[in-house]
Design a protein around this ligand. Sequence first.
Ligand SMILES: *Cc1c(COP(=O)(O)O)cnc(C)c1O
Length: 429
Amino acid sequence: MSDKTYGFETLSVHAGAAPDPATGARALPIYQTTAYVFEDADHAAALFNLQTVGFIYSRLTNPTNAALEARLATLEGGRGCTVASSGHAAQVLALFPLMSPGAEIVASSRLYGGSLQQMKNTYPKFGWTAKVVDADEPENFKRAVTANTKAFFIESLANPGGVVSDIEAIARIAEDAGVPLLVDNTLATPWLCKPIDYGATLIVHSTTKFLSGTGTSMGGAVVDSGKFDWSKGGKFPSLAGPEPAYHGLNFNETFGDMAYTFHSHAVGLRDLGPSQAPFNAWLTMLGIETLGLRMERHCANAAKVAQYLEKHPAVAWVNYAGLPSNKYNKLARKYLPKGAGSVFTFGVKGGYDVGVKVVDGVELFSHLANIGDAKSLIIHPASTTHRQLSDEQRVAAGAGPDVLRLSIGIETVEDIIADLDQALAKAAA
Ligand SMILES: *Cc1c(COP(=O)(O)O)cnc(C)c1O
């Protein structure tokens, strides 16, 4: 199908998934296979030389995963996509072609706690350094750039702070610095925001969340806009020089705007190995079919819950970018005009102890470490997801002692509000 003429919801259902040519099966088959038979020795050689596109081994490519890759590239307005076993695997995979020992990235302090953890403690083991800056002031990215900077990393809508990044301003600074801007678009999904439209180079996703949508399937993805010139400035030798990890192939000269995506499969997935299970790709494809419907309800419910909490006497503050009172409301109206997502934080009067009582008091909400499920979820970040960070890092990431994070589901909104109401009453008593 021609992607250009269809709306987002149509593409969510159809992109990447034509009827199976071999059997006519209308639903996408799960290609539960490790390997693929070569036509002959020449075909095999051409596949390994990347002279023909096809399937060799499912660590590199798989037809079910390829369908999800095509769908995500289409929905994000990108050129190519690589899916991975989790969001965190996708982040490593996304940086891998850009980085080498001594290389640096500049990242927002408002990133998801797990991403900050990865950057602070694990990337240094690869010789990579992450400089963490306050992204509310885009100029901070400029100040942190050195000759070794290879990428900027932000979230469009940050987990858990309800923080919206000024993607366009940060993309302009990245362009001046000659580095790609990576945007984690997990919380917004392409239904709410398409960062490539604002100058982002690479999009990363935890498809585990809203894209799969029902809390069943770990997965991640990297989408390349295809718009970055990897040869400019000589900063990216793995992509635009002879790549020793692939018998000296120059990916940029050979594959043009698909260089990054080919490298991610042929070198990244091949050598790091975080391939997505085809069954998870299939469940995620199924989830994406209803992405628009779900996001519409997620956002509408979240807005009503945020309004309710803002008026509640036991609540100290609500950080939902969709509220007119919110600091990020102007940015939200620009970058997220259809809604500010369904993950946000609020603070309870009484701090840590009251926060813990609220998570123990809910009945409909599930107390767990996930977001983006059809079910409403709650967590107290300071005692769970952000516990490994220092106090200052927790506060900087929007996860102080009084903070509760909600991921509002698609249930009847009155039921969601009633559950919070009784839990807050019990906690305050
Ligand atoms: C969950 C999450 C990740 C990590 O994804 P996993 O699939 O859990 O590995 C990264 N970024 C954001 C914003 C997330 O919410």
